[in-house]
Design a protein around this ligand. Sequence first.
Ligand code: GDP
Ligand code: GDP
Length: 463
Amino acid sequence: MLPVLALVGRPNVGKSTLFNRLTRTRDALVANFPGLTRDRKYGQANVADHEFIVVDTGGITGDEEGIDALMAGQSLQAIEEADAVFFLVDARAGLTVADEAIAMHLRKQEKKVFLVANKTDGIDADSATGEFYALALGEVYQIAAAHGKGVRSLIEKALDGFEIERDEDELEGLEDALSNEPEEFEALTDEEAEQEAQAFADMPIKLAIIGRPNVGKSTLTNRILGEERVLVFDAPGTTRDSIYIPMERDEQEYVLIDTAGVRRRKKVYETVEKFSVIKTLKAIEDANVVMLVIDARENISDQDLSLLGFTLNAGRSLVVVINKWDGLDSEIKERVKSELDRRLGFIDFARVHFISALHGTGVGHLFESVQEAYRSATKRVSTSMLTRIMQMAADDHQPPLVRGRRVKLRYAHAGGYNPPRIIVHGNQVSSLPDSYKRYLMNYFRKSLDIMGTPIRVEFKEGD
Ligand code: GDP
Ligand code: GDP
């Protein structure tokens, strides 16, 4: 269970400096979510024996547009997602009107807020930070993010004994999603591989519908659920939770992971569900198959690519859904397609569907690809089959020489499913060039007829 800490404050107070300091101790994957003012960044931190997720909220300006703009902004969503907030102020600049506006907002939130005065290096910190007590947010913590001064003790004070009231497993898996550490494959015997594949076959397919705001997730979810809306649905939790909806289709059971919160809304006209990155990451991690919804009427954005990156990083099966395909003229359709080729060409294994969630066109066919992706990701493989394919690949195209000796592939076996994991044993295999590793991976993919899921191949020395 990792706590989520949001860094807020007006521009230039040192939020990204602190973010970098907190996340750099670890090889953390940092997720960028471009917003109106600046990217929202998510990273994993490990400081003073505390692990947590830190969110750099980007720019709250707080001054010219007033508190309403603040409420509507991205930063507020990040605050809502967080367990605790570090409100940064600039000790050198002193107290500003913008600080007061932000503080007023934070005081209304039921969040633990730590007031952090940054840039206290080389100045009389106590006298410089005294005026911030006027913000009525309790103690003023003094740090110099650029030099790391005070950061450790701030984290200790903020997180020691920090109780997070939430479901045990709410953030389970998120750690893996944010971690860039290579995963360890478990070597499976044929019997274990068989059992695991059978377990997948008996389970409902968990299908997450994700995408940035307004791409049509709610419309698609309602369409899939046959528009039988349950208006009063006693949905638990916060905006950070997805709703899990069991459903059946063509005798296959599914659990729809609804990140758009369709079933949470009590009334049909309550259409706005805030977009939560944490919720989306969690849904990806929890799903077997991810439907990434992209708006045909917008350019493919960095946010779309970030979500795609997370899905692939998590090893999830993927179906790409280009929505709002209705009423576009052919010239625009061609342009969208070539844009897709250009920016998403690297995921040639995923099926792409052009649909209209609004009119229902193409929605039925999505499930063919979902099934295919799930079957591919959980297809039973045996050591003999994998070894045979590996040998065919080596016959077609010999492994290269490394330091004068030919790399020798010995055998291959299963290391797990969803994503399919294959472990290749041999001599000097860890020295194989990436191009040959890719060749082998693609060979496995073709031979096993795997579509819609990334594959992981690991190389192990010896037998
Ligand atoms: P953000 O807009 O809140 O993310 O602020 P940045 O992290 O980009 O920092 C704004 C400026 O303040 C940069 O020029 C930083 O180098 C500087 N800065 C950040 N932390 C410190 C600090 O601890 N001491 C001093 N002197 N400067 C700092
Ligand atoms: P969400 O934020 O991803 O859940 O997006 P919504 O489902 O709320 O849709 C956002 C807007 O796009 C709404 O006005 C929808 O009516 C509209 N929309 C959704 N799907 C389609 C579609 O297939 N075609 C068109 N033309 N509009 C759509």
